[in-house]
Design a protein around this ligand. Structure first.
Ligand code: ZN
Ligand code: FE
Length: 255
């Protein structure tokens, strides 16, 4: 049976995600933004927490690690590269590694840039990826601990996943990202249509997450540095992809 996902808002703009394997009953919390919200989600579904999968060390992704571990005696999986900053870490994972979760496997993708030890979790058989703060709907994470080239490589790695891959990102930042994206690629008709959809969803307080790799490939300016419209808008015609990406990231930081 397929992986069940339960998504709920946490803190001001984070999302909590529970992933449940119905065959074994194993349940993972992807990051731990809010212990009470995660416990409420577990109670609502009648699931028992067996794992925490941490994407990165930031407090809005790890704050409830120790509380939940004490309560549930769950196993915490995080990046070997960042083990000293992941509270309560039990299993240290590295790029390309597959670890068993329930009856399936999760593949670890190292995607540094937002933090130096950021990882994503890809469930290939399910067509699902949890990407933390690396790729957002119409955006990408801020470069707190990495260079533009590091982040560009990480985004390219995510863009090798199939178009239909469902992407769960850590925050509801989409409306602000759409505003910026429209200034960078104003001639993208699909982006305009998506922006209208996003405004309608947010007007009703509905989530814009998850997204898909294909939708991001078509509309997210951070993974579209070869767009002639983007290159012309930011004055970098014929520039290489990394240069266009870096300038787009810089413009967003000052938007
Ligand atoms: Zn973060
Ligand atoms: Fe975050």
């Amino acid at each position: 049976m397929p992986l069940h996902i339960h998504q709920f808002p946490c803190r001001s703009d984070n999302y909590g995600f529970l992933a449940h394997d119905p065959d074994t009953g194993q349940t993972a919390s992807i990051d731990t933004p809010d212990g009470n919200a995660i416990n409420a989600g577990l109670a609502e579904k009648g699931w028992q927490l067996t794992h925490i999968l941490n994407t990165h060390h930031h407090v809005d992704h790890t704050e409830a690690n120790l509380q939940l571990k004490e309560q549930w005696m769950c196993t915490i999986v995080g990046a070997a590269n960042d083990a000293e900053r992941i509270p309560g870490i039990d299993i240290q994972v590295t790029d390309g590694e597959e670890f068993p979760f329930g009856a399936m496997k999760a593949k670890v993708l190292e995607v540094p840039g937002h933090t130096s030890g950021h990882i994503a979790f890809y469930f290939a058989t399910e067509g699902i990826a949890f990407v933390g703060d690396t790729l957002f709907a119409l955006g990408c994470g801020r470069l707190f601990e990495g260079s533009p080239s590091m982040m560009w490589e990480s985004l390219q790695k995510l863009m090798t996943l199939p178009d239909e891959t469902v992407v769960y990102c850590g925050h509801e930042y989409t409306q602000a990202n759409a505003k910026f994206a429209l200034t960078i690629e104003p001639a993208n008709e699909r982006l305009k249509a998506r922006s209208d959809e996003i405004n309608a969803l947010r007007a009703n307080n509905l989530p814009t997450v998850p997204t898909t790799i294909g939708l991001e490939r078509a509309t997210n300016p951070f993974v579209r540095p070869t767009s002639k419209n983007i290159q012309a808008t930011i004055g970098l015609q014929e520039a290489d992809a990394l240069t266009v990406f870096s300038e787009t990231r810089r413009l967003k930081d000052n938007f």
